[in-house]
Ligand binder design. Structure first.
Ligand SMILES: Nc1ncnc2c1ncn2[C@@H]1O[C@H](COP(=O)(O)OP(=O)(O)OP(=O)(O)O)[C@@H](O)[C@H]1O
Ligand SMILES: [Mg+2]
Length: 429
């Protein structure tokens, strides 16, 4: 059971918060106000409720009781209380027509006087104080199916290049490796570049056709099959490798990878998708449905245009999510005219999560040895950049400055310790 609180933050989703999608469930909402009706209707369009069948009507508790007198109840009922009638009495009446197993969310009114424990006693699974925003509704419904059933619901991070060859795979592999090692999170990299993927080479793994077998299998993939297809790279990192062979072509329907991702999410806390630079139904879907998106770009005009376009399309498709993130890579290449980082950030209207310098020796040594940057150069500045990205993307707090300024301890003392308060952790019981 979850209790939600209003938060004073511009970011609707706290960096440490992860809302896991729901399975195929039915949800019916009975709203008293226009605003709630709009929020619930918009929630039905959210990616995390994509599998749910959600309907929203006017009428609150009274309408719900009337409907369910003659109809079976859905998996979830959302009821808004307008504070004018005794909510406990109404819930007692609802209980009389409600099938066991149906979960109830109440969107309360500040005028409700019923104590929370009385609501719980009447079987209310979640109580949210109105007025509610779309994300409050999404969060509340999703919490009924994740927190309460102790299923691991993995976080998906999709990494894609704004152009081919910008280093998207290199970034994806290094970040995933760092999350597994430094944050001790079990992680899987899925190399979605079936024809040309390099994850097997980068992690020095013998060829295994992981992702091809999973996606082309006649049967629905299950956890046991996925376990067999994963190649173990380090203690906590596994790879679903691409065949990187051209024996066949790889045309997929938009939903081809859904079952693979859903199966892995049940057992793996962190999944990094190495998404090839293409715009097809399934790549777009992989990006839209990810918990976080990182676009990797080089500082030139074509990358600038593509990053801008991708940001705006993906933002529009994910109105209740943090905007996609981007990082600049191969910055400072000798004799190359580049768009400077400030100008790039101004066009994007956001800062990059990392600016990774061009370093042909470092990166080619790592690539040729089948090693990560941290293995080649433990104390290198670029290693610290990947560590910061890992922290940020695995939901473990803010990006730290890569280099400590000599004045930093002094400045800290002068300012007093700064930092965001930690996330108000939501409790599940
Ligand atoms: N910061 C960097 N400095 C120098 N070389 C780099 C840097 N980042 C990546 N590279 C090199 O650039 C090449 C392309 O990298 P990578 O394969 O990761 O790109 P990609 O965007 O995934 O390409 P593709 O479009 O083929 O999938 C590799 O040889 C890699 O070692
Ligand atoms: Mg690649």
């Amino acid at each position: 059971m979850t209790r939600l609180h209003d938060e004073d933050s511009d970011d609707p989703l706290h960096p440490e918060e992860h809302i896991a999608p729901v399975p195929r469930i039915s949800v019916q909402a009975f709203c008293e106000t226009e605003q709630t009706l709009a929020a619930v209707t918009a929630a039905g369009q959210d990616r995390r409720l994509a599998k749910a069948h959600l309907t929203a009507k006017d009428g609150g508790l009274a309408a719900a009781i009337e409907v369910y007198e003659s109809m079976p109840t859905p998996n979830v009922i959302v009821i808004e209380s307008d504070g004018t009638r005794d909510i406990l009495e109404g819930l007692d009446d609802l209980a009389g027509v409600c099938d066991p197993g149906t979960r109830v969310v109440v969107i309360g009114n500040p005028n409700d006087t019923a104590p929370y424990r009385e609501l719980v006693r009447r079987g209310v699974n979640d109580y949210v104080v109105g007025p509610v925003e779309t994300l409050d509704v999404v969060r509340s419904i999703c919490s009924l199916f994740s927190a309460s059933e102790a299923i691991i619901t993995g976080r998906v991070i999709a990494v894609v290049g704004a152009k081919g060859g910008v280093g998207a795979s290199t970034v994806a592999h290094n970040v995933a490796w760092t999350i597994a090692r430094d944050l001790s999170l079990d992680s899987v990299v899925i190399d979605l570049d079936l024809a040309f993927g390099t994850a097997g080479l980068d992690y020095n793994q013998d060829p295994v056709q992981g992702i091809a077998n999973a996606v082309l299998s006649q049967d629905r993939p299950d956890t046991a099959l996925m376990e067999r297809l994963l190649a173990k790279c380090t203690e906590r990192l596994s790879l679903l490798a691409s065949p990187a062979s051209l024996d066949r072509v790889y045309d997929f329907g938009a939903e081809a990878f859904d079952a693979v991702f859903d199966t892995l999410r049940m057992t793996t806390p962190c999944i990094v998708l190495d998404v090839p630079h293409q715009w097809s139904g399934w790549t777009r879907r992989a990006l839209v449905n990810a918990d976080d998106i990182v676009i990797v770009a080089e500082p030139d005009l074509a990358n600038l245009r593509n990053t801008k376009n991708m940001l705006s399309v993906l933002k529009a498709a994910r109105p209740n999510d943090r905007p996609p993130l981007y990082c600049l890579n191969q910055v400072g290449m000798h004799k190359r005219a580049e768009i400077d980082v400030k100008a790039f950030a101004k066009t994007m209207e956001s800062q990059p999560i990392a600016v990774i310098p061009f370093d042909s020796k470092l990166f080619s040594t790592a690539a040729n040895n089948g090693q990560m940057i941290a293995e080649v150069a433990k104390n290198h500045r670029t290693t610290a950049l990947f560590q910061n990205m890992a922290n940020r993307l695995a939901g473990r707090g803010e990006v730290k400055k890569p280099k400590r300024s000599l004045l930093e301890p002094l400045l800290k003392k002068l300012k007093g310790r700064s930092g965001r308060p930690s996330a108000p952790h939501r409790k599940a019981s």
